[in-house]
Design a protein around this ligand. Sequence first.
Ligand SMILES: Cc1cc2nc3c(=O)[nH]c(=O)nc-3n(C[C@H](O)[C@H](O)[C@H](O)COP(=O)(O)O)c2cc1C
Ligand SMILES: [Mn+2]
Length: 452
Amino acid sequence: MDQSFRGFLAALERSGEVQRVTRKVDPRFELASVLMLRDKGPAQIFENVTGHQMPVVANVLNSRTRFADALGITRADFDARLQHALQNPIPPVLVRDAPVKQCVHEGRIDVGALLPVPHWFERERAPYITAGVIVAKDPDTGRRNVSIARLRLEGGARLMAGIAPNHHLAILAGKARARGQKLEIAVVIGNHPAVLLGSQMYVGLGEDEFDIAGGLIGEPIELVRCRTIDVEVPAHAELVLEALLDAGDEIAEGPVSEFHGFYVDYGNGIAADVRCITRRKQPLFQAVLPGYAAEHCLLGGVAIGATLTRDLRRVIPAVRRVFITGGGMGRMHAVISMHRPRIGEGKRAIILAMGQVNLLKQVIVVEDDIDPEDARMVEWSLAARFRGEEDLIILPDMRADRCDPVAEDQLVTKIGIVATTRPGDGAPGTRSEFARPRDAVLDAVRRNLNTY
Ligand SMILES: Cc1cc2nc3c(=O)[nH]c(=O)nc-3n(C[C@H](O)[C@H](O)[C@H](O)COP(=O)(O)O)c2cc1C
Ligand SMILES: [Mn+2]
């Protein structure tokens, strides 16, 4: 399998899903504007970014169909593949021959001069690298971690990393600092979709996200050693920044966009110093439009839904699927489908999901005859099956995620809604018997519909 980002992009282009923007585009706000207005449209290749030779590519993974295409499967098989990858991770392999090593920059590095990093939104203070997959190792165990965190240009070789304190990378940087060290990190840009998606999986500290990426494509991710640090990176990526992350060197961030679309000020980020850049001869710079944008929300939402599906099914066999909605920003709202849940079991699933992913604050449970992705049918379930006096749970004063847009004093009210059937529902002669023609006739017509 072609493990490169450009290989997937070429396949997208063959199916007419790439738009090449040939006119000159300013990386300061103009590029973001085009992406915002084509949020759900074709992938965009900006060939002529002011001040740069390197093209910027974005809006690549803005639908689940694109994810499936990237894994070489149909949309219908996508969810099963996610579960398969979580159940059957495949460890990466080391290779020597790596396109990402074709060219090297060392010595005095000016990241902003070398890379076309967009300045996205007005109140953000500088451009951000948003699709940088950061690889690091746990100083205690040597175990690898793979995740995405925003990196802001601070001038020259200096970057600011904005990492949520509960994320593994922040824990690893803290461990390094406790030893009086800096953390070696590799920032990988232009990744195969399996690597991007793998990096978003909610797995435990010490579980290597590259293993899941391998499971997603059914073969080991090919890695190559970095030049100046003891970290391995995908050999087929577009470019890599080798850097040292220093949890003791704090930089005030100011406002930054979050997935809900608003600005947030998280206080301080930490500094990273880039020592070396390796790249392909003519690399593509991948970016993800931040804020409330389809690709940004989907990358997280797909991964959160997949891990929750696995974890809930382990505990409650009636759970079929956990779907994280786009309207809920790929983080905050879930729809769980269940097969004939017993009384009270839907509420249990809600509590489990919220316990597992703290960002979740609205969970709807539907019967498995409803496609959780079909917002109209989810709402139909509410109208047809939900009884507010029994099926609603309200959980006031729950600890909110730090970015929750309506939390007060870090507290938020969470709600759960159970809209499933009850024992006996649907039985002939009851008021929940669904109206349809005689089964035999309907089945025959379904089989021969193309002849009508
Ligand atoms: C495009 C994109 C940008 C992201 N930016 C950040 C970020 O700036 N800071 C952060 O802490 N997490 C960010 N995330 C989320 C983390 O990458 C994600 O939660 C990841 O699973 C954390 O990895 P970990 O479980 O190894 O800690 C981003 C995710 C995506 C898809
Ligand atoms: Mn991790």
